[in-house]
Design a protein around this ligand. Structure first.
Ligand code: 5GP
Ligand code: ZN
Length: 113
């Protein structure tokens, strides 16, 4: 069982920001910034290293990239934003379906952490 697969399949509700046949973007349940969206490929990959290990994964990464301007348009964060991918235990990844945090809606610190 995978939480984000369940969200993609609609078994668990989410607030959708953008969707096409390859990716889903939805609001984070515990937002860190005024705009906090998660972009996930609909196909399950555990993490970004998993994506990088196949042609299918690399294509899916391109699909995620295509969704970025759509999320920007939908949320009005064209003044700027930050994309974060937490990878594996030491990277702080808690949900093991690869996802990209889009953080914005406020001027973020120039310090990353
Ligand atoms: P990670 O720590 O794995 O990079 O990020 C997981 C993110 O998923 C967290 O920011 C957390 O708030 C979010 N999250 C966890 N469970 C749910 C959920 O059921 N729905 C939504 N929309 N976000 C969730
Ligand atoms: Zn999954």
């Amino acid at each position: 069982m995978c939480l984000f697969c369940d969200i993609v399949e609609g078994k668990i509700p989410s607030t959708k920001v953008f969707e096409n046949d390859k990716v889903l973007a939805f609001k984070d349940i515990n937002p860190a910034t005024p705009v906090h969206v998660l972009i996930v490929p609909k196909k399950h990959f555990d993490d970004i290293l998993d994506m990088a290990s196949s042609e299918e994964g690399k294509e899916a990464l391109g699909d995620v990239l295509d969704a970025v301007p759509e999320v920007v348009k939908a949320t009005g964060i064209d003044e700027g934003f930050r994309i974060i991918n937490n990878c594996r235990e030491f990277g702080g990844q808690t949900v093991k379906h690869v996802h990209f945090h889009i953080l914005g809606g406020v001027k973020l610190s120039e310090k990353m952490i």
